[in-house]
Write a protein that binds this ligand. Structure first.
Ligand SMILES: Cc1cc2nc3c(=O)[nH]c(=O)nc-3n(C[C@H](O)[C@H](O)[C@H](O)COP(=O)(O)OP(=O)(O)OC[C@H]3O[C@@H](n4cnc5c(N)ncnc54)[C@H](O)[C@@H]3O)c2cc1C
Ligand code: FES
Length: 497
């Protein structure tokens, strides 16, 4: 469990068991859905949030919680791809978000360890120095406070870096817990364990349905991180998911006061937080496309190696991992779900920078519903198709999907359950059927159909996390076949062997 979920007793809410009408239904109770409800309820809208599991227990509860406009090296890319004004507006939108979050925290006395800190991106490799120089040159007129650093005071042989002063860090779960208290006061209806299965058009808006109840409303916001409906949005063509890992550690050495992230892979991300009134470091990173890395133990070993270098007396407190969506042009999608679905909105593709982006999204969605122009909404135009012109990334996605959808299915060996060692998973064939087996410590066998319930890709086994992961768009299922991360909205078919 993440240090955030471990350190907070999050508020609990009932399951939806009634039908009613309201102005806006928000689907998904992470930081994006909760922040959107915050702004809409302040404007007087009657809002309801439906959460499939528990509020804040997916990516929001497993983040690293840096609140920054420094999204690794990004501004040279934005400048060269979209122009100076675009890059400057992207920076400004994120700086606004940091200030907005700080104001919300102060105005409402939310105790969430919000602290202003500097953020650094660094490299340990000479071959990236030019990239850092280019980034700094792009930043000169975008963030005049950014500085180029020739040395960085961390024991990781950093040889260059860029510093953004006055950024921030937060405990994301304490923050949303505070927001949930405000939402209750503002009359927002909050439901957990209420999975939305369908959104259908009705005469004056939409009907949002769980397995047992319906809510009718004029506006719907899909804030499920990855949209769980495929058409007509086609987001499965435009995004993939990336998993990363984190450890929190105890140390008696002085902790690094600022926030750091490496440019090169495997990524190293450092910050600290508070646990039992003590400062404890968090080390995160080792990103990879979800479904590509089958042994996550490597990730935790890597993070421990970093811990050993920075805090030689370290003791692990907790380990966790989670995933986020990355669009092929590296920009989020915030706004209309599709031209054909008026008043249906979404926010996704935060590329692991959703602390600020969720706030930007909440403001944009609120403004759209209020019929107000938002200065920054053009940056994240959700109807754009130009990302598909990124032939390299789109080609990779198509190649991986077709391998997983078709070719890998032919490589599967015939079934012999005795070949499956204890405590591991395998994909096997029996009577022409493909079956996924997980054999637990006591040799109890769990068998499910290994075909992703999203769009049919073949799943891969993640030995450390004991999950079946989809290499196509990143859905993940536990060993019993329950869906734990979307876009899939269904579990897997179970077999009784
Ligand atoms: C390892 C890692 C580290 C990160 N670190 C940082 C960082 O330091 N700084 C930063 O800015 N960002 C960071 N991020 C990114 C940030 O955490 C995410 O972008 C953000 O938390 C996404 O929030 P969300 O509300 O959009 O999604 P989520 O928190 O995933 O919430 C979506 C919710 O929708 C629910 N849902 C799904 N389907 C349905 C359905 N059918 N019906 C009802 N509910 C549904 C889910 O159960 C879930 O609770 C990190 C991401 C990762 C992976
Ligand atoms: S997540 Fe799309 S096919 Fe699995």
């Amino acid at each position: 469990m993440s240090i955030w979920l471990d350190s907070v007793d999050l508020k609990k809410f009932p399951k939806l068991e009634e039908d009613f009408k309201c102005d806006v239904v928000i689907i998904g109770g992470g930081i994006t859905g909760i922040s959107t409800a915050y702004y809409l309820s302040k404007k007087g809208f009657k809002v309801c949030i439906l959460e499939k599991n528990l509020f804040g227990h997916k990516t929001t509860g497993n983040t690293t919680g840096k609140v920054t406009s420094q999204h690794n090296l990004f501004y040279d890319y934005l400048y060269k791809t979209f122009g100076f004004n675009f890059a400057k507006d992207y920076f400004e939108a994120n700086e606004h978000a940091i200030n907005d979050i700080e104001n919300i925290v102060k105005e409402n006395n939310i105790e969430c360890d919000f602290e202003r800190k500097a953020s650094y991106v660094f490299t340990q490799d000479n071959k990236y120095i030019q990239k850092f120089k280019d980034e700094f040159s792009a930043l000169k007129h975008i963030n005049p406070n950014a500085t180029y650093e020739h040395t960085i005071d961390i024991p990781l042989n950093a040889i260059a870096g860029i510093k953004f002063p006055n950024q921030a860090q937060i405990n994301s779960v304490k923050y949303i817990n505070g927001l949930l208290t405000i939402l209750e006061k503002n009359g927002v209806k909050l439901y957990e364990n209420s999975k939305v299965e369908d959104i259908s058009s009705v005469s004056d808006g939409y009907k949002v349905s769980t397995s047992s109840n319906n809510i009718t409303c004029k506006y719907v916001c899909i804030t499920t991180r990855y949209p769980f409906i495929n058409f007509p949005g086609f987001h499965f063509l435009k995004m993939y998911q990336s998993t990363a890992y984190a450890i929190s550690i105890d140390t008696n050495l002085p902790v690094l006061e600022d926030m750091f992230i490496s440019f090169e892979s495997p990524t190293i991300s450092l910050r600290y937080t508070y646990y039992n009134n003590k400062k404890i470091p968090i080390i995160a990173g080792f990103d990879h496309k979800t479904g590509k890395q089958t042994n996550s133990e490597d990730a935790y070993l890597f993070l421990e190696q970093i811990a050993k270098k920075v805090y030689p007396d370290y003791k692990i407190i907790s380990k966790w991992s989670t995933e986020d969506c990355v669009s092929v042009d590296k920009l989020p999608y915030i706004g209309e779900f599709s031209t054909f679905k008026p008043n249906l909105y979404m926010a996704t593709g935060f590329k692991k920078w959703g602390m600020t982006t969720s706030n930007i999204a909440a403001n944009i969605l609120c403004d759209k519903i209020c019929g107000k122009e938002n200065k920054y909404s053009y940056l994240f135009n959700s109807k754009r198709f130009n990302p598909l012109k990124n032939y390299k990334e789109t080609g990779n996605m198509i190649k991986e999907s077709s391998e997983s959808l078709v070719f890998n299915k032919f490589k599967i060996k015939n079934f012999d359950i005795n070949n499956v060692p204890k405590n591991s998973g395998k994909v096997l064939k029996s009577d022409g059927k493909i079956i996924r087996i997980y054999k637990d410590e006591n040799e109890k066998v769990y068998a499910v159909k290994p075909i992703c319930s999203h769009l049919g890709c073949l799943l891969t086994w993640n030995q450390t996390l004991k999950t079946w992961d989809c290499p196509c768009h990143g859905s993940r299922f536990d060993f019993m076949g329950n869906c734990i991360y979307g876009p899939s909205n269904e579990g897997l078919k179970k077999y009784n062997l």
